[in-house]
Design a protein around this ligand. Sequence first.
Ligand code: SF4
Ligand code: SF4
Length: 156
Amino acid sequence: MSLIRKLLKPFMIVLPHIFRESETIAYPTERPMFPERFRGRHKFYFDRCISCNTCARVCPCNSIILVDVEDREGKYPQIDYQTCSLCGYCVEFCPKNALEFTDFVEFAEYNRSDLVYSPERLTTVPDLKEVLPMLKRRTEVYHTETAMKYRKVKDV
Ligand code: SF4
Ligand code: SF4
């Protein structure tokens, strides 16, 4: 192989990639739109819950206990995200659909104790713009036969 060919070879390998679509997203200015059945943080609905304890009994990680809530009768689920694996059993087995998954994943904390969510805290899911003020675009994920790709769908 001539010296010039040897020198050009790396550029010829890299060149086609310059014109391909990006295979990554620029989080947190971009954020994927997760599928409908995505399992992010839970949302809890007081008005649907009958304090039956099913969610706590089926939880394989012992992440749910039912606790008292001020000014309410009965006990309601408290979820510990230190151990929750987001398996979905509590959502699936709840007879009243009082627990749902959201697409909210930005709930990392500095203190472990902050990962224990009271029933009241579980009722609200923060607005994305508050948590990610730099967010500009949502991107849709799609698959080709060989790769996962991202496509910009809307500005926020
Ligand atoms: S998602 Fe699974 S691990 Fe998490 S609280 Fe529900 S049942 Fe437990
Ligand atoms: S959240 Fe659902 S499963 Fe859990 S106590 Fe309430 S009604 Fe029962």
